[in-house]
Write a protein that binds this ligand. Sequence first.
Ligand code: AMP
Length: 401
Amino acid sequence: MDLDFKNKKALVRVDFNVPLDADYNISDDTRMRAAMPTVQHILKKGGAVILMSHLGRPQKKKNEDRSINTEKFTLKHVVDHLSELTGVTVKFCPETVGPIATKMANELHMGEILLLENTRFQKEESAGDEKFAKSLASLADLYVNDAFGTAHRAHASTTTVAKFFPFTNTSFGFLMENEIKNATRVLNSPEKPVTAIIGGAKVSDKIMLLDKLLDLADNIVIGGGMAYTFLLAQGGKVGKSLVEKDKVDMALSILKKAKENDVNIYLPEDSVIADDFSNDANFKTVNSNEIPDGWMGLDIGEQARRKFEAVVLMSKTILWNGPMGVFEMENFSNGTKSIAYGVAQATSLGAFSLIGGGDSVSAINQTGLADKVSYVSTGGGAMLEFLEGKELPGIKAITVG
Ligand code: AMP
Protein backbone atom coordinates (compact mmCIF):
# COMPACT_ATOMS: atom_id res chain seq x y z
CA MET A 1 0.00 0.00 0.00
CA ASP A 2 2.52 2.55 -1.15
CA LEU A 3 0.22 5.53 -1.86
CA ASP A 4 1.07 8.93 -0.43
CA PHE A 5 -1.80 9.59 1.97
CA LYS A 6 -0.58 12.93 3.34
CA ASN A 7 -3.38 15.51 3.17
CA LYS A 8 -5.40 13.13 1.03
CA LYS A 9 -8.86 11.70 1.48
CA ALA A 10 -8.93 7.98 0.85
CA LEU A 11 -12.11 6.13 -0.07
CA VAL A 12 -11.61 2.71 1.47
CA ARG A 13 -13.85 -0.29 0.67
CA VAL A 14 -13.90 -2.52 3.72
CA ASP A 15 -15.91 -5.60 4.61
CA PHE A 16 -17.85 -4.67 7.75
CA ASN A 17 -20.49 -7.27 7.01
CA VAL A 18 -20.43 -8.43 10.63
CA PRO A 19 -22.99 -10.70 12.31
CA LEU A 20 -25.42 -8.83 14.57
CA ASP A 21 -27.61 -10.24 17.32
CA ALA A 22 -31.32 -9.46 17.76
CA ASP A 23 -30.46 -6.17 19.50
CA TYR A 24 -28.01 -5.25 16.74
CA ASN A 25 -24.92 -5.85 18.86
CA ILE A 26 -21.91 -7.12 16.94
CA SER A 27 -21.42 -10.81 17.78
CA ASP A 28 -18.11 -11.21 15.94
CA ASP A 29 -15.94 -8.22 14.98
CA THR A 30 -13.20 -10.21 13.17
CA ARG A 31 -13.89 -8.48 9.87
CA MET A 32 -13.70 -5.03 11.42
CA ARG A 33 -10.45 -5.79 13.18
CA ALA A 34 -9.01 -7.18 9.96
CA ALA A 35 -9.39 -3.76 8.32
CA MET A 36 -7.74 -1.81 11.14
CA PRO A 37 -4.12 -1.94 9.91
CA THR A 38 -5.15 -0.19 6.69
CA VAL A 39 -7.30 2.43 8.42
CA GLN A 40 -4.61 3.17 11.03
CA HIS A 41 -1.90 3.39 8.39
CA ILE A 42 -3.77 6.04 6.40
CA LEU A 43 -4.43 8.12 9.51
CA LYS A 44 -0.81 7.77 10.66
CA LYS A 45 0.42 8.93 7.27
CA GLY A 46 -1.62 12.13 7.57
CA GLY A 47 -4.71 11.25 5.56
CA ALA A 48 -8.45 11.06 6.16
CA VAL A 49 -10.52 7.90 5.70
CA ILE A 50 -13.92 7.57 4.07
CA LEU A 51 -15.15 4.04 4.68
CA MET A 52 -17.73 2.19 2.66
CA SER A 53 -19.07 -1.31 3.16
CA HIS A 54 -22.12 -3.46 2.73
CA LEU A 55 -23.97 -5.09 5.61
CA GLY A 56 -26.16 -8.08 4.88
CA ARG A 57 -28.40 -8.30 1.87
CA PRO A 58 -30.95 -5.52 2.18
CA GLN A 59 -32.07 -5.95 -1.43
CA LYS A 60 -33.34 -9.45 -1.92
CA LYS A 61 -33.46 -10.15 -5.64
CA LYS A 62 -36.60 -12.24 -5.66
CA ASN A 63 -38.40 -10.07 -3.18
CA GLU A 64 -41.43 -8.46 -4.78
CA ASP A 65 -41.42 -5.84 -2.07
CA ARG A 66 -38.23 -3.92 -2.73
CA SER A 67 -38.52 -1.74 0.33
CA ILE A 68 -35.44 -1.96 2.51
CA ASN A 69 -35.30 -2.70 6.19
CA THR A 70 -32.99 0.20 6.94
CA GLU A 71 -33.16 -0.32 10.68
CA LYS A 72 -31.81 -3.85 10.38
CA PHE A 73 -29.14 -3.18 7.81
CA THR A 74 -27.87 0.28 8.69
CA LEU A 75 -24.13 0.54 9.28
CA LYS A 76 -24.93 2.84 12.19
CA HIS A 77 -24.80 -0.36 14.27
CA VAL A 78 -21.02 -0.52 13.88
CA VAL A 79 -20.14 3.15 14.47
CA ASP A 80 -19.52 3.02 18.23
CA HIS A 81 -17.42 -0.10 18.01
CA LEU A 82 -15.46 1.36 15.12
CA SER A 83 -14.71 4.44 17.23
CA GLU A 84 -13.45 2.14 20.01
CA LEU A 85 -11.25 0.14 17.64
CA THR A 86 -9.71 3.18 15.97
CA GLY A 87 -9.60 5.55 18.92
CA VAL A 88 -11.19 8.19 16.69
CA THR A 89 -14.80 9.42 16.98
CA VAL A 90 -16.20 8.11 13.72
CA LYS A 91 -18.61 10.34 11.79
CA PHE A 92 -21.55 8.56 10.21
CA CYS A 93 -23.17 9.65 6.96
CA PRO A 94 -26.83 8.56 6.69
CA GLU A 95 -26.56 8.16 2.93
CA THR A 96 -24.06 6.44 0.64
CA VAL A 97 -23.92 9.19 -1.99
CA GLY A 98 -25.80 12.48 -2.33
CA PRO A 99 -25.63 16.03 -0.99
CA ILE A 100 -25.09 15.00 2.65
CA ALA A 101 -22.29 12.59 1.73
CA THR A 102 -20.64 15.25 -0.43
CA LYS A 103 -20.88 17.86 2.33
CA MET A 104 -19.57 15.53 5.04
CA ALA A 105 -16.70 14.36 2.82
CA ASN A 106 -15.78 17.95 1.96
CA GLU A 107 -15.76 18.93 5.61
CA LEU A 108 -13.70 15.94 6.72
CA HIS A 109 -10.35 16.88 8.26
CA MET A 110 -7.15 14.90 8.07
CA GLY A 111 -7.02 12.30 10.86
CA GLU A 112 -10.79 11.86 10.77
CA ILE A 113 -12.95 8.91 9.72
CA LEU A 114 -16.28 9.08 7.92
CA LEU A 115 -18.40 5.97 7.48
CA LEU A 116 -20.92 5.98 4.63
CA GLU A 117 -24.27 4.18 4.85
CA ASN A 118 -24.58 0.59 3.57
CA THR A 119 -23.59 0.51 -0.13
CA ARG A 120 -26.27 -2.12 -0.77
CA PHE A 121 -29.04 0.30 0.12
CA GLN A 122 -28.48 1.43 -3.47
CA LYS A 123 -29.58 -1.10 -6.06
CA GLU A 124 -26.87 0.42 -8.28
CA GLU A 125 -24.23 -1.21 -6.05
CA SER A 126 -24.75 -4.82 -7.15
CA ALA A 127 -25.32 -3.68 -10.72
CA GLY A 128 -21.83 -2.15 -10.76
CA ASP A 129 -23.47 1.09 -11.90
CA GLU A 130 -21.09 3.71 -13.34
CA LYS A 131 -22.97 6.80 -12.24
CA PHE A 132 -23.17 5.60 -8.66
CA ALA A 133 -19.50 4.58 -8.72
CA LYS A 134 -18.55 8.00 -10.06
CA SER A 135 -20.44 9.73 -7.25
CA LEU A 136 -18.59 7.58 -4.72
CA ALA A 137 -15.26 8.37 -6.37
CA SER A 138 -15.99 12.12 -6.28
CA LEU A 139 -15.80 12.00 -2.47
CA ALA A 140 -12.05 11.28 -2.29
CA ASP A 141 -8.59 11.57 -3.86
CA LEU A 142 -7.50 7.95 -3.50
CA TYR A 143 -9.18 4.54 -3.61
CA VAL A 144 -8.14 1.60 -1.47
CA ASN A 145 -9.84 -1.79 -1.68
CA ASP A 146 -9.45 -3.85 1.48
CA ALA A 147 -12.62 -5.95 1.14
CA PHE A 148 -11.29 -9.32 0.04
CA GLY A 149 -14.58 -11.00 1.00
CA THR A 150 -16.38 -9.19 -1.83
CA ALA A 151 -13.54 -9.14 -4.37
CA HIS A 152 -15.36 -11.76 -6.45
CA ARG A 153 -18.26 -9.38 -7.03
CA ALA A 154 -18.15 -6.78 -9.79
CA HIS A 155 -20.03 -4.26 -7.67
CA ALA A 156 -19.81 -0.47 -7.88
CA SER A 157 -17.84 0.00 -4.64
CA THR A 158 -15.54 -2.99 -5.17
CA THR A 159 -14.78 -2.72 -8.87
CA THR A 160 -16.38 0.02 -11.00
CA VAL A 161 -15.31 2.83 -8.66
CA ALA A 162 -11.60 2.18 -9.38
CA LYS A 163 -11.86 3.42 -12.93
CA PHE A 164 -12.81 6.90 -11.75
CA PHE A 165 -9.42 7.34 -10.09
CA PRO A 166 -6.09 7.63 -11.89
CA PHE A 167 -4.58 4.13 -11.83
CA THR A 168 -1.73 5.37 -9.62
CA ASN A 169 -4.24 6.59 -7.04
CA THR A 170 -5.61 3.11 -6.36
CA SER A 171 -4.28 0.36 -4.16
CA PHE A 172 -5.10 -2.77 -2.21
CA GLY A 173 -5.22 -2.46 1.57
CA PHE A 174 -3.06 -4.62 3.83
CA LEU A 175 -5.72 -7.29 4.34
CA MET A 176 -6.27 -7.70 0.63
CA GLU A 177 -2.49 -7.81 0.02
CA ASN A 178 -2.15 -10.53 2.63
CA GLU A 179 -4.99 -12.64 1.29
CA ILE A 180 -3.55 -12.49 -2.23
CA LYS A 181 -0.02 -13.21 -1.02
CA ASN A 182 -1.04 -16.28 1.00
CA ALA A 183 -3.35 -17.77 -1.60
CA THR A 184 -0.72 -17.20 -4.28
CA ARG A 185 1.79 -19.05 -2.14
CA VAL A 186 -0.44 -22.13 -2.36
CA LEU A 187 -1.11 -21.75 -6.07
CA ASN A 188 2.37 -20.90 -7.34
CA SER A 189 5.06 -23.55 -6.91
CA PRO A 190 4.11 -24.59 -3.38
CA GLU A 191 6.57 -26.67 -1.38
CA LYS A 192 5.74 -30.37 -1.74
CA PRO A 193 4.06 -32.52 -0.63
CA VAL A 194 0.93 -30.43 -1.09
CA THR A 195 -2.20 -31.66 0.67
CA ALA A 196 -5.68 -30.26 0.20
CA ILE A 197 -8.34 -31.16 2.75
CA ILE A 198 -11.72 -30.62 1.18
CA GLY A 199 -14.97 -31.08 3.03
CA GLY A 200 -18.37 -29.51 3.46
CA ALA A 201 -21.79 -30.42 2.25
CA LYS A 202 -21.74 -30.75 -1.49
CA VAL A 203 -19.45 -31.88 -4.28
CA SER A 204 -21.18 -29.47 -6.63
CA ASP A 205 -19.83 -26.45 -4.70
CA LYS A 206 -16.27 -27.72 -4.88
CA ILE A 207 -15.96 -29.22 -8.39
CA MET A 208 -13.96 -26.32 -9.80
CA LEU A 209 -11.66 -26.33 -6.80
CA LEU A 210 -11.13 -30.09 -7.02
CA ASP A 211 -10.37 -29.76 -10.69
CA LYS A 212 -7.73 -27.13 -10.01
CA LEU A 213 -6.27 -29.22 -7.18
CA LEU A 214 -5.80 -32.20 -9.47
CA ASP A 215 -3.06 -30.17 -11.18
CA LEU A 216 -1.59 -28.87 -7.96
CA ALA A 217 -1.85 -31.26 -5.03
CA ASP A 218 -0.08 -34.51 -4.19
CA ASN A 219 -2.86 -35.55 -1.83
CA ILE A 220 -6.52 -34.66 -1.69
CA VAL A 221 -8.29 -35.62 1.50
CA ILE A 222 -12.06 -35.65 1.10
CA GLY A 223 -14.43 -35.58 4.06
CA GLY A 224 -17.80 -34.12 4.97
CA GLY A 225 -21.04 -34.79 3.16
CA MET A 226 -19.36 -34.64 -0.22
CA ALA A 227 -17.37 -37.81 0.51
CA TYR A 228 -20.53 -39.92 0.19
CA THR A 229 -21.05 -39.07 -3.46
CA PHE A 230 -17.53 -40.40 -4.11
CA LEU A 231 -18.16 -43.51 -2.01
CA LEU A 232 -21.43 -44.13 -3.84
CA ALA A 233 -19.66 -43.67 -7.18
CA GLN A 234 -17.26 -46.46 -6.21
CA GLY A 235 -20.13 -48.81 -5.41
CA GLY A 236 -20.36 -48.15 -1.66
CA LYS A 237 -23.55 -48.47 0.31
CA VAL A 238 -24.15 -45.05 1.85
CA GLY A 239 -27.64 -45.34 3.41
CA LYS A 240 -29.35 -41.99 3.53
CA SER A 241 -26.13 -39.97 3.67
CA LEU A 242 -26.08 -36.72 1.75
CA VAL A 243 -25.40 -37.64 -1.88
CA GLU A 244 -25.72 -35.87 -5.20
CA LYS A 245 -26.72 -38.62 -7.58
CA ASP A 246 -26.27 -36.35 -10.59
CA LYS A 247 -22.64 -35.80 -9.59
CA VAL A 248 -21.66 -39.46 -9.46
CA ASP A 249 -20.17 -39.33 -12.98
CA MET A 250 -18.30 -36.19 -12.06
CA ALA A 251 -16.91 -37.92 -8.97
CA LEU A 252 -15.75 -40.85 -11.11
CA SER A 253 -14.02 -38.57 -13.57
CA ILE A 254 -12.27 -36.76 -10.71
CA LEU A 255 -11.06 -40.11 -9.37
CA LYS A 256 -9.87 -41.11 -12.85
CA LYS A 257 -8.02 -37.87 -13.45
CA ALA A 258 -6.41 -38.16 -10.02
CA LYS A 259 -5.00 -41.54 -10.99
CA GLU A 260 -3.66 -40.15 -14.28
CA ASN A 261 -2.08 -37.19 -12.49
CA ASP A 262 -0.61 -39.29 -9.70
CA VAL A 263 -2.67 -37.52 -7.07
CA ASN A 264 -3.64 -39.59 -4.03
CA ILE A 265 -7.27 -39.23 -3.08
CA TYR A 266 -8.17 -40.20 0.48
CA LEU A 267 -11.79 -40.94 1.32
CA PRO A 268 -12.88 -41.78 4.90
CA GLU A 269 -12.53 -45.51 5.57
CA ASP A 270 -15.04 -45.30 8.39
CA SER A 271 -17.81 -42.90 9.33
CA VAL A 272 -19.75 -41.87 12.37
CA ILE A 273 -23.31 -42.55 11.30
CA ALA A 274 -26.59 -41.44 12.84
CA ASP A 275 -30.24 -42.42 12.48
CA ASP A 276 -31.32 -38.78 12.36
CA PHE A 277 -29.83 -35.41 11.45
CA SER A 278 -29.61 -34.36 15.07
CA ASN A 279 -27.12 -34.26 17.91
CA ASP A 280 -29.56 -36.36 19.91
CA ALA A 281 -29.68 -39.12 17.30
CA ASN A 282 -28.32 -42.60 17.95
CA PHE A 283 -24.85 -42.90 16.49
CA LYS A 284 -22.12 -45.46 15.89
CA THR A 285 -19.01 -45.93 13.78
CA VAL A 286 -19.04 -48.23 10.73
CA ASN A 287 -17.16 -48.83 7.49
CA SER A 288 -18.06 -45.95 5.17
CA ASN A 289 -19.06 -48.37 2.40
CA GLU A 290 -21.49 -50.28 4.59
CA ILE A 291 -23.87 -47.69 5.95
CA PRO A 292 -27.21 -49.39 6.74
CA ASP A 293 -30.46 -48.12 5.26
CA GLY A 294 -31.97 -45.34 7.33
CA TRP A 295 -28.58 -44.19 8.65
CA MET A 296 -26.43 -41.35 7.43
CA GLY A 297 -22.74 -40.47 7.69
CA LEU A 298 -22.31 -37.28 9.68
CA ASP A 299 -18.60 -37.39 10.48
CA ILE A 300 -15.43 -39.26 9.57
CA GLY A 301 -14.63 -42.17 11.86
CA GLU A 302 -11.59 -42.82 14.03
CA GLN A 303 -9.59 -44.74 11.42
CA ALA A 304 -10.19 -41.99 8.90
CA ARG A 305 -9.14 -39.37 11.46
CA ARG A 306 -5.85 -41.19 12.04
CA LYS A 307 -5.21 -41.68 8.32
CA PHE A 308 -6.06 -38.08 7.41
CA GLU A 309 -3.92 -36.74 10.24
CA ALA A 310 -0.96 -38.85 9.10
CA VAL A 311 -1.26 -37.45 5.56
CA VAL A 312 -1.50 -33.90 6.90
CA LEU A 313 1.53 -34.36 9.15
CA MET A 314 3.83 -35.32 6.29
CA SER A 315 2.79 -32.32 4.19
CA LYS A 316 4.70 -29.12 3.56
CA THR A 317 1.82 -27.11 2.11
CA ILE A 318 -1.74 -27.54 3.36
CA LEU A 319 -4.97 -26.06 2.12
CA TRP A 320 -8.11 -26.70 4.15
CA ASN A 321 -11.58 -25.87 2.89
CA GLY A 322 -14.71 -27.34 4.45
CA PRO A 323 -15.48 -29.34 7.62
CA MET A 324 -15.13 -33.13 7.88
CA GLY A 325 -18.61 -33.54 9.32
CA VAL A 326 -21.55 -31.74 10.82
CA PHE A 327 -19.20 -29.99 13.23
CA GLU A 328 -21.95 -27.70 14.52
CA MET A 329 -23.25 -30.77 16.42
CA GLU A 330 -20.92 -31.86 19.22
CA ASN A 331 -21.27 -35.60 18.51
CA PHE A 332 -20.15 -35.13 14.90
CA SER A 333 -17.40 -32.58 15.41
CA ASN A 334 -14.46 -34.86 16.22
CA GLY A 335 -13.30 -35.33 12.63
CA THR A 336 -13.15 -31.59 12.02
CA LYS A 337 -11.41 -31.01 15.36
CA SER A 338 -8.76 -33.64 14.68
CA ILE A 339 -8.04 -32.08 11.29
CA ALA A 340 -7.67 -28.69 13.00
CA TYR A 341 -5.17 -30.19 15.47
CA GLY A 342 -3.36 -31.99 12.67
CA VAL A 343 -3.01 -28.82 10.59
CA ALA A 344 -1.78 -26.89 13.63
CA GLN A 345 0.77 -29.59 14.42
CA ALA A 346 1.99 -29.79 10.83
CA THR A 347 2.40 -26.01 10.89
CA SER A 348 4.53 -26.23 14.04
CA LEU A 349 6.68 -28.74 12.14
CA GLY A 350 7.28 -26.21 9.38
CA ALA A 351 4.39 -26.63 6.95
CA PHE A 352 2.61 -23.66 5.39
CA SER A 353 -1.12 -23.91 6.08
CA LEU A 354 -3.94 -21.89 4.61
CA ILE A 355 -7.47 -22.16 5.96
CA GLY A 356 -9.70 -20.87 3.21
CA GLY A 357 -13.45 -20.70 3.23
CA GLY A 358 -16.29 -19.99 5.65
CA ASP A 359 -16.95 -23.12 7.66
CA SER A 360 -13.40 -24.33 8.08
CA VAL A 361 -12.64 -20.84 9.38
CA SER A 362 -15.36 -21.14 12.06
CA ALA A 363 -14.07 -24.63 12.82
CA ILE A 364 -10.51 -23.47 13.40
CA ASN A 365 -11.79 -20.57 15.50
CA GLN A 366 -13.93 -22.94 17.55
CA THR A 367 -10.91 -25.06 18.41
CA GLY A 368 -8.93 -21.97 19.39
CA LEU A 369 -6.15 -22.92 16.98
CA ALA A 370 -6.44 -20.01 14.55
CA ASP A 371 -3.09 -18.56 15.62
CA LYS A 372 -1.40 -21.96 15.22
CA VAL A 373 -1.88 -22.10 11.46
CA SER A 374 -0.12 -19.96 8.87
CA TYR A 375 -3.08 -18.01 7.53
CA VAL A 376 -6.83 -17.94 8.03
CA SER A 377 -8.60 -16.29 5.12
CA THR A 378 -11.39 -13.79 5.74
CA GLY A 379 -12.96 -14.36 2.34
CA GLY A 380 -15.23 -17.39 1.92
CA GLY A 381 -16.55 -17.30 -1.64
CA ALA A 382 -13.81 -14.94 -2.78
CA MET A 383 -11.05 -17.26 -1.54
CA LEU A 384 -12.74 -20.26 -3.14
CA GLU A 385 -12.87 -18.49 -6.51
CA PHE A 386 -9.28 -17.26 -6.19
CA LEU A 387 -8.09 -20.80 -5.49
CA GLU A 388 -10.14 -22.10 -8.41
CA GLY A 389 -7.90 -19.86 -10.52
CA LYS A 390 -10.56 -17.31 -11.43
CA GLU A 391 -9.71 -13.67 -11.96
CA LEU A 392 -11.58 -11.70 -9.30
CA PRO A 393 -13.05 -8.40 -10.58
CA GLY A 394 -12.10 -6.52 -7.40
CA ILE A 395 -8.47 -7.55 -7.86
CA LYS A 396 -8.40 -6.98 -11.59
CA ALA A 397 -9.77 -3.44 -11.18
CA ILE A 398 -6.67 -2.48 -9.24
CA THR A 399 -3.97 -4.54 -10.91
CA VAL A 400 -5.04 -3.93 -14.50
CA GLY A 401 -6.77 -0.58 -14.16
P1 AMP B 1 -19.71 -26.00 2.90
O1 AMP B 1 -20.38 -24.66 3.11
O2 AMP B 1 -19.97 -26.62 1.60
O3 AMP B 1 -18.27 -25.99 3.30
O4 AMP B 1 -20.47 -26.97 3.91
C1 AMP B 1 -20.47 -26.80 5.28
C2 AMP B 1 -21.61 -27.55 5.86
O5 AMP B 1 -21.51 -28.91 5.53
C3 AMP B 1 -21.64 -27.50 7.37
O6 AMP B 1 -22.78 -26.80 7.78
C4 AMP B 1 -21.70 -28.96 7.79
O7 AMP B 1 -22.63 -29.19 8.81
C5 AMP B 1 -22.13 -29.65 6.53
N1 AMP B 1 -21.70 -31.05 6.51
C6 AMP B 1 -20.47 -31.53 6.72
N2 AMP B 1 -20.45 -32.86 6.69
C7 AMP B 1 -21.72 -33.26 6.45
C8 AMP B 1 -22.34 -34.53 6.33
N3 AMP B 1 -21.63 -35.64 6.43
N4 AMP B 1 -23.67 -34.55 6.08
C9 AMP B 1 -24.38 -33.42 5.98
N5 AMP B 1 -23.84 -32.19 6.09
C10 AMP B 1 -22.53 -32.10 6.32
